[in-house]
Write a protein that binds this ligand. Structure first.
Ligand SMILES: Cc1cc2nc3c(=O)[nH]c(=O)nc-3n(C[C@H](O)[C@H](O)[C@H](O)COP(=O)(O)OP(=O)(O)OC[C@H]3O[C@@H](n4cnc5c(N)ncnc54)[C@H](O)[C@@H]3O)c2cc1C
Length: 467
């Protein structure tokens, strides 16, 4: 691919203000201490933290395309402390005390990321204005109250506040809103600038990045690892697979993670009068309580980003190359945007793209490093990976270097480490189950919006998708 083609993948890559000319591929043979497959946030944060703790370590990051090619260069720009699972499920899996510690650690991570970006001079258009989970009709009211009750049980009420319809409108004028839950723990960022800036920070610290270098095999040779690529090979003591949703493309890991498509439309810049009309003053993240997730962001250059997970799962976990959005998905997103802000009428859509995020069978992200074989991975953030990938990189660097687990972040996230993967069903069962659930949840959302009544929570699709 040329630099120009990479720019077409997303608005973020196009405006990252970085040359997307690929760095040299790996040719011949190289030897390092740690080899990392994938130059998204996970791979780059892992390399960054390794070099931060051990400046002399030899680290190489290898990407089949370029740094930021995957979800890291295409996402919704929410850097959030929100987890892929609800507080209730978190408490069920880890116990209330651990769940509380995990959530508190994640609140702190948002500011840690900001500190690193400042230290490294990465201007990723950071604005920590928080997020609103908006109740877009009476049918969503119970979900909001449920969220608040679960947060209260874990003593997290300081981080989740109920806003009445009037209070919501004072922050953003969403005509259908009947209330919202406000959380301060979310920043709006330019992910393209963050991921590309991070790649430069890794290089400044002595890490190597090889681009357009697909890893075709990960081989164990005596007590070391060999990564095979079409143009060369890389030997290492330790290997980290930081390919998130793309892990499903390695035959031996196909059932570890489900690639889920998420699509985004981006409006033309709004006029000051339009911003006044919708009263969305700061770069507050917005989402609703629909099952078929929606998320909105206000970009620093005055556009609205609207994202959703409507696009259907592809048989065999196939991932489409490129980032084209299917016409029906685009139409659906445009309709949804109009529902949020009818005042805007037919606002022009300048860009649309999609990417894949990785969903584990039980919704719990995996962060694993086997101290004996020295193979590790992190994946399965289910659309909440911007902050979580920082955590993964931080923890993996500690595990690889055998650093003390007395570190507060490592201690808090300890229960997350080294959990065996839960496998997705083999095909064709996976295809039938996932497609059925996607369709059923869409119908449940539509019916709830029509009737004004919340879904029962007892249907098969809701039980399958509980998290
Ligand atoms: C449309 C969309 C919107 C999202 N919105 C948000 C959001 O607002 N907030 C949030 O927190 N999260 C969001 N997410 C999720 C978040 O972007 C991801 O969780 C995060 O970026 C994952 O980072 P990663 O480095 O693990 O994976 P990726 O960024 O996907 O990187 C994986 C890399 O591995 C490379 N690779 C794959 N296979 C190979 C191979 N065989 N050899 C070499 N390299 C390989 C790929 O080219 C890619 O660059 C969103 C995701 C999508 C798709």
């Amino acid at each position: 691919m040329s630099s120009l083609d990479y720019k077409q993948l997303s608005y973020w890559l196009m405006t990252a203000q970085d040359s997307l000319d690929p760095r040299p591929s790996l040719t011949g043979h190289a030897d390092v201490d740690v080899a990392i497959v994938g130059a998204g946030f996970t791979g780059l944060w892992t390399a960054y933290h390794l070099l931060q703790h051990a400046p002399d370590i030899k680290v190489a990051v290898v990407d089949k395309d370029i740094a930021g090619y995957g979800a890291s260069g295409r996402n919704g720009g929410w850097c959030t402390a929100e987890l892929p699972v609800s507080h209730g499920v978190l408490a069920e899996r880890f116990g209330a005390e651990q769940a509380q510690a995990i959530q508190h650690a994640l609140f702190g991570v948002i500011d840690q990321i900001h500190n690193v970006t400042r230290r490294e001079g990465i201007d990723c258009e950071w604005e920590k204005a928080g997020a609103l989970m908006v109740v877009m009709g009476p049918e969503q009211q119970e979900s909001a109250h449920h969220l608040l009750r679960e947060a209260a049980v874990l003593g997290l009420s300081d981080h989740f506040a109920w806003l009445s319809a009037e209070e919501t409108r004072q922050r953003v004028n969403i005509p259908h809103a009947v209330g919202a839950v406000y959380t301060p723990d979310c920043a709006s960022i330019h992910p393209g600038k963050l991921v590309r800036g991070l790649a430069h920070a890794v290089e400044r610290r002595g890490g190597q990045i090889f681009e357009e270098t697909p890893v075709t095999e990960v081989l164990r040779q005596a007590s070391r690892w060999r990564l095979a690529t079409p143009s060369g090979s890389l030997d290492a003591d330790a290997v980290i697979l930081a390919t998130e949703a793309y892990l499903s493309q390695f035959p031996q890991y196909r059932r570890y993670v489900l690639p889920v498509r998420s699509s985004i439309i981006l409006t033309a810049p709004l006029t000051p009068a339009q911003w006044e009309q919708i009263g969305w003053k700061r770069r507050l993240g917005l989402a609703s309580f629909r099952y078929t997730v929606d998320y909105l962001n206000r970009t620093a250059d005055g556009r609205i980003l609207f994202g959703g997970r409507g696009a259907p799962y592809e048989y065999g976990s196939r991932i489409r190359p490129g980032s084209a959005v299917q016409p029906e998905t685009r139409t659906f997103l445009v309709q949804q945007l109009r529902h949020w802000f009818p005042q805007l009428g037919d606002v022009a859509i300048d860009y649309a793209w999609e990417g894949v995020l990785g969903m584990p069978r039980d919704w719990i992200p995996r962060i694993t490093f086997d101290a004996d074989t020295r193979l590790g991975w992190a994946f399965g953030y289910t659309g909440q990976g911007v902050a979580m990938s920082y955590v993964a990189g931080y923890l993996l660097s500690h595990l690889i270097l055998g650093l003390s687990d007395a570190d507060p972040l490592v201690r808090a996230l300890q229960p997350w480490l080294n959990r065996p993967p839960q496998l997705w069903e083999p095909e064709p069962l996976r295809f039938v189950g996932v497609r059925y659930t996607q369709r059923a949840l869409r119908l449940l959302d539509a019916e709830a919006a029509r009737s004004g009544r919340a879904p029962s929570g007892r249907s098969l699709a809701e039980r399958l998708a509980r998290h």
